[in-house]
Design a protein. Structure first.
Length: 218
């Protein structure tokens, strides 16, 4: 079984599109009808995120942590307990292509770090996009780590100690632990997602904070 973890904190504006895209990826023919379980981890939500998630064939878990590391770990362990051999992670403000899961598994690696595309640059000045694209390496062998586009075998995940209980950079800590173990990591541009460049981001110190930093406002 393949598992997908989606943490969410007050994501009623984005969650539906995310879930629709992940469900489409779960039905890709190259998965050969392997079961795909999707877990949405609602972290301290006070909006309509739960009602949206419950419209779809997903499992909903609730935590009160305001920590994406805690949320991802809760989802990962629920999926491992249910028998997942592979864990794919994305974010509620992200959409994935139909071949997302198939592309991760095609690498035959212990873990896959994919790339991200911004879906809408309008919240930012054009110089932010220019600075971002000048620094971003969109090619195989890149060095970017995105919780919005990460996959790992359950065995390697457990060996590395899982996601730490951090408010941000839990993805980086996991990948560094995998590297220390000598895990086979595919740094792939063929595994890509589209994510938000919103300025009302959920995780301080994450991708949204990075973009504000490029504008010189953070």
């Amino acid at each position: 079984m393949i598992g997908v973890v989606i943490p969410a904190h007050n994501e009623e504006q984005c969650l539906e599109k995310c879930l629709q895209s992940v469900l489409a990826a779960a039905a890709h023919p190259l998965l050969a009808a392997e079961r795909v379980d999707i877990v949405v981890v609602l972290d301290s939500c006070s909006d309509g995120s739960r009602a949206i998630a419950e419209r779809y064939a997903v499992t909903v878990i609730e935590v009160q942590a305001r920590s994406v590391g805690v949320a991802r770990a809760a989802g990962a362990h629920a999926l491992i307990d249910a028998g997942a051999r592979w864990l794919a992670c994305t974010d509620a403000d992200t959409t994935v292509p139909t071949d997302w899961l198939a592309a991760q598994l095609a690498h035959g690696a212990d873990a896959v770090c994919g790339v991200v595309e911004v879906d809408d640059w309008s919240p930012h000045h054009q110089q932010v996009r220019a600075r971002y694209e000048a620094c971003y390496t969109d090619c195989d062998g890149h060095s970017h780590i995105h919780g919005a586009n990460l996959g790992v075998t359950s065995v390697a995940y457990l060996q590395a100690g899982g996601f730490p209980a951090l408010a941000c950079h839990e993805d980086v800590h996991l990948v560094r632990a995998l590297e220390a173990l000598g895990a086979r990591i595919a740094w792939s541009r063929s595994v890509r997602v589209r994510t938000s460049a919103r300025t009302d981001f959920r995780a301080q110190g994450g991708f949204g904070s990075y973009l504000l930093g490029l504008a010189g406002t953070a």
